[in-house]
Design a protein. Structure first.
Length: 273
């Protein structure tokens, strides 16, 4: 009998997780069944408990339940503790539930492996200071950039977030106005602005001559941030579809002990957009 996995969210119809994990299972010859479940806004703990009680082995968690998943887990990985959110739950051999976050690993894998953009010794700018950004900082800092700067509309929020991760590397935070006169080799957009067709107020001259730009959002055409990057002279730019597939691959590896190839799945999803 196939082992059961699922993604919980609200809304959930847009989720590509079932298709992604089905591709992974076929590729690695794993016998799993993966579904998506609409969970009531106040019903996460009950739904998760019922899922695991019925024999479920693992869950992906999407909005708005990443904090609920953090509280539900019996133990947390260090990166989940630092991120303050969980997007993956995995039942352990003793029956306990481990909470992990794989978003940052997916981002770093897409940038460094799929795109072959270097992070080590580079100057990195991350736009935003919300949950999406918090979840990727530890893996980014583990790549040992020369510096990592957070910029946010509310400067104090970026400054506080930088302080919380300062033990992991060279990181600072501030407002968009503070970026004037600075240049970066890698700029990552972690704001929700692209989804609304908007752009943070970024100064001209922000990109170094070899700069690459990455938008954590994705769509069927270049985002407004990607268009800005091209206009500013970025040598390459990419959206977050590879991050989506990459974080799913990390979840799959945690559950099944085997790492799938992501590029083929990225290409299939790109064709379907």
């Amino acid at each position: 009998m196939s082992e059961q996995y699922a993604v919980f969210g609200n809304p959930i119809t847009q989720s590509k997780s079932p298709a992604i994990h089905q591709h992974f299972a076929q590729q690695t010859q794993q016998d799993i069944h993966y579904s998506k479940q609409l969970v009531p806004a106040d019903g996460f703990a009950l739904a998760a408990a019922e899922f695991f009680k019925a024999g479920g082995k693992g869950l992906n968690i999407t909005m708005p339940f990443k904090l609920d998943a953090l509280e539900f887990a019996d133990t947390l990985t260090e990166r989940a503790r630092l991120a303050g959110a969980v997007n993956t739950l995995a039942q352990q051999q003793d029956g306990s539930i481990l909470g992990d976050t794989t978003d940052g690993l997916g981002l770093v894998a897409d940038i460094s492996i799929n795109l072959s953009w270097p992070i080590a010794a580079k100057s990195v700018l991350v736009l935003g200071a919300g949950g999406a950004v918090r979840g990727v900082l530890e893996p980014l800092l583990q790549e040992l950039p020369n510096k990592l700067v957070l910029a946010n509309r509310t400067a104090a929020k970026a400054e506080l977030l930088a302080q919380q991760f300062s033990h992991l590397g060279q990181i600072s935070g501030g407002g968009f106005d503070d970026l004037a006169g600075q240049q970066f080799d890698l700029v990552i957009n972690g704001t929700a602005a692209s989804l609304a067709g908007d752009l943070p107020p970024l100064p001209a001259g922000l990109l170094s001559p070899q700069a690459c730009c990455y938008d954590m959002a994705y769509g069927n055409e270049p985002t407004v941030f990607m268009r800005w990057a091209s206009e500013q002279g970025a040598v390459d730019c990419a959206d977050g579809l590879g991050m989506l597939v990459g974080q799913a691959a990390e979840s799959f590896t945690l559950w099944r002990g085997i790492k799938p190839d992501t590029q083929m799945v990225i290409d299939l999803l790109r064709q379907s957009l």
